[in-house]
Design a binder for this molecule. Structure first.
Ligand code: TTJ
Length: 655
């Protein structure tokens, strides 16, 4: 087809079927294999419609050697009487007027109109010939054909050979038979594909419970019998789900399903979960597959998620404190068929297979919730729902774990890129085994420590405020904390499962906090963090607690420091008469010289090496102290006034 612009104006100028032949793509999408089958579906749809309205229970499709195809139903037959507005028979209208499909029967549900709603006349327009027989006591016949008119120099499309004729031949049959031969002048290929046809007919049989659909392929060698397949599913969508789940392991023996009408929309679904992990939702609108989804699918998914969460709670499987499971959790391993029938459908999307009618969403959601609840109300289905919830909970666990792993990977990246300028005062030396990282409580003490340090081997990382309590948080929250990220970054060895001792930049990690309750808390939090996310660091003896003195005892040029009350007495004796005592309330009270001398100078300082030998026991201790039990923690802190006695809160500490 030449790429010519086609306007609304052109449509009005071109009359009836000639327009179809001139621009087949406009009506059937293409003149390829899809288009060829499309004109068959237009006819099949009419017969299926008659059946789904309850007037026919059998449809037969035949493929003939001459390239033609026929469709027959045992319904009421296309109206044979004269149509008042046009003055010709109903049959003639159906096959010669565009969009005539379903117009006769306003009272019934009539959702026909085929894939693009173009109707049987399009099939006629694109056929070399088309013949109709209507069985209504007697046999009515009518035929059409297309030909090139030499005089007019154009194709004449679907022209009636004569008006509908009552042959007066008596018949017991009821129904309609339409046979047509796709025009080779229109289609690239005029061979109907058996697999395509049989697959679609089978699908239609599933979608229309109890309807018998036969396919006869006569295109076989002379000596062979025609191929005959017969589809009839009394279970409808239930059988469809079973069929789709063949070869999979179902979670419960029988699919469950529901059918209702909401706001003029017929809604039907069936579901069955399997051991698979992917979701297979097959949705249909007026028997037409909608692989691109649309509003009906949205409503269905929402309804499913809502109702299944409610059921999970009413079964007590989801606790009050638990978050709702996500739709994707409930859909893991789900095979579902959703079939919706409604008027005035609007197809959208790349392949025009997405339902664009927004008004379908709420009724489908309501029907889904109602249906799932009705199914749950049946006692025999309780185990089914227990299985569904269980599977979804499992999916949620996997989902959360996977997301965490991703977050961790992402966070690690961002940590690697984190600029620590101004925070970490790194050391100049490049030998990790000699290097020390002081994590210092507070900016002011941090500043003092920066002045006091030996630049080559000592790095200072001041901690502003309290790093968060890692015990109570999930990894994402822990990593969102800047203090924690800074520590991870400074140490350079990763964390959690990725922690790598070989990358450790400092072999001594020294926590320096005040000898008061806040300081103890910070120390607790940091130790818990290391315990949780860098356990090897503790196990290998790299974590230390720096011990600032509590007292300074001095006289003229004699100075002694005491780290606890017992020591204070000794130091008083050493300094002798006329001594003075200064009690340090915090690190910030010391000068850089004093901090160096008492706490940072390797020759004089007191360090406690934190060594957790029994990890399990220690974890319990940490959990009790740092976990949810706020009361227990407060009590503990209140009772342990000597904050320098670390071994009272961490099991087995070697000094
Ligand atoms: C319409 O309302 C009055 C009773 O008949 C209704 C009707 O159109 N029925 C009907 C149409 N049954 N079968 C068809 C039909 C079947 C085939 C194979 C092809 C076409 C175009 C229509």
């Amino acid at each position: 087809m030449a790429e010519k612009k086609y306007s609304a104006e052109d449509i009005t100028i071109l009359e009836g079927l000639d327009a179809v032949r001139l621009r087949p793509g406009m009506y059937i999408g293409s003149t390829g294999v899809k288009g060829l089958h499309h004109i068959l579906w237009e006819i099949v749809d009419n017969a299926i419609d008659e059946a789904s309205n309850g007037y026919a229970d059998r449809v037969e499709v035949k493929l003939y050697k001459d390239g033609s195809a026929s469709v027959e139903d045992n319904g009421r037959g296309i109206p044979t009487d004269i149509h008042p507005k046009t003055g010709v028979s109903g049959v003639e209208v159906v096959f010669t007027q565009l969009h005539a499909g379903g117009k006769f029967d306003e009272h019934n549900y009539s959702f026909s109109g085929g894939l693009h709603g173009v109707g049987a006349s399009v099939t006629n327009a694109l056929s070399e010939w088309l013949k109709v027989e209507v069985y209504r006591g007697t046999v009515y016949t009518m035929s059409f054909h297309s030909y090139y008119d030499e005089k007019k120099e154009k194709y004449m499309s679907g022209v009636p050979d004569e008006h509908l004729k009552d042959t007066k031949e008596k018949t017991e049959k009821r129904g309609t038979l339409v046979r047509f031969k796709p025009d080779a002048a229109v289609f690239d290929n005029v061979n109907f594909n058996f697999d395509v046809v049989s697959k679609r007919l089978k699908e239609l049989a599933f979608l229309n419970k109890g309807l018998e659909i036969n396919l006869v392929d006569e295109r076989v060698p002379e000596d062979k019998k025609p191929i005959v397949v017969n589809y009839k599913f009394d279970g409808g969508l239930h059988d469809f789900a079973m069929y789709l789940n063949e070869g999979k392991t179902p979670l419960y023996l029988n699919p469950i399903g529901y059918k209702t009408e909401k706001e003029g929309i017929l809604i039907e679904f069936a579901i069955q979960h399997t051991g698979e992990f992917t979701e297979s939702l097959f949705s249909f609108v007026n028997n037409i597959p909608t692989p691109e989804g649309g509003f009906h699918e949205t409503g269905f998914r929402t309804g499913l998620t809502k109702s299944l969460n409610d059921i999970g709670r009413s079964l007590g499987m989801l606790k009050e404190k638990d978050a709702n499971l996500l739709g994707e959790d409930f859909r893991e391993g789900l095979t579902a068929i959703l079939s919706v029938k409604m008027k005035n459908v609007q197809f959208e999307g790349q392949t025009k297979t997405k339902l664009g009618n927004a008004e379908a969403r709420v009724p489908v959601e309501t029907a889904t919730v109602e249906g799932i609840n009705a199914l749950f109300a049946k006692p025999e289905n309780k185990p089914v729902f227990e299985e569904i919830i269980k599977k979804a909970q499992n999916a949620a666990r996997v989902r959360i774990a996977a997301r965490q792993a991703k977050e961790v990977a992402r966070a690690k990246n961002s940590i690697d890129n984190l600029t620590l300028v101004g925070k970490l005062a790194a050391c100049t030396g490049k030998k990790p085994e000699l290097n020390e990282l002081f994590i210092v409580e507070g900016d002011s003490a941090g500043g003092t420590a920066k002045q006091a340090r030996v630049r080559q081997t000592q790095a200072i990382l001041p901690l502003r405020g309290k790093p968060l309590n890692v015990e109570k948080k999930r990894i994402e929250q822990v990593l969102a904390n800047e203090e924690i990220r800074t520590i991870i970054s400074a140490l350079g060895a990763g964390y959690g499962g990725d922690f790598c001792m070989d990358d450790l930049k400092y072999h001594k990690v020294i926590i320096l906090s005040d000898a008061d309750q806040d300081g103890m808390h910070i120390r607790c939090i940091l130790l818990t963090f290391f315990f949780r996310y860098m356990r090897e660091l503790i196990n290998n003896g790299h974590v230390y607690i720096g011990m600032p003195p509590l007292y300074k005892v001095y006289k003229k040029d004699v100075v002694e420091y005491a780290y606890d009350d017992t020591e204070l007495q000794k130091k008083i004796e050493i300094v002798g008469k006329g001594y003075q005592i200064q009690r340090y309330k915090g690190l910030g009270e010391m000068s850089a010289d004093q901090l160096w001398e008492t706490t940072m100078d390797p020759a004089h300082r007191n360090l406690i090496r934190v060594n957790i030998e029994d990890a399990a026991e220690a974890e319990q201790m940490v959990t009790a102290l740092m976990g949810d039990r706020v009361e227990a923690r407060k009590e503990f802190l209140a009772q342990n006034a000597n904050f320098n006695k670390v071994d009272t809160f961490i099991d087995r500490v070697n000094i």
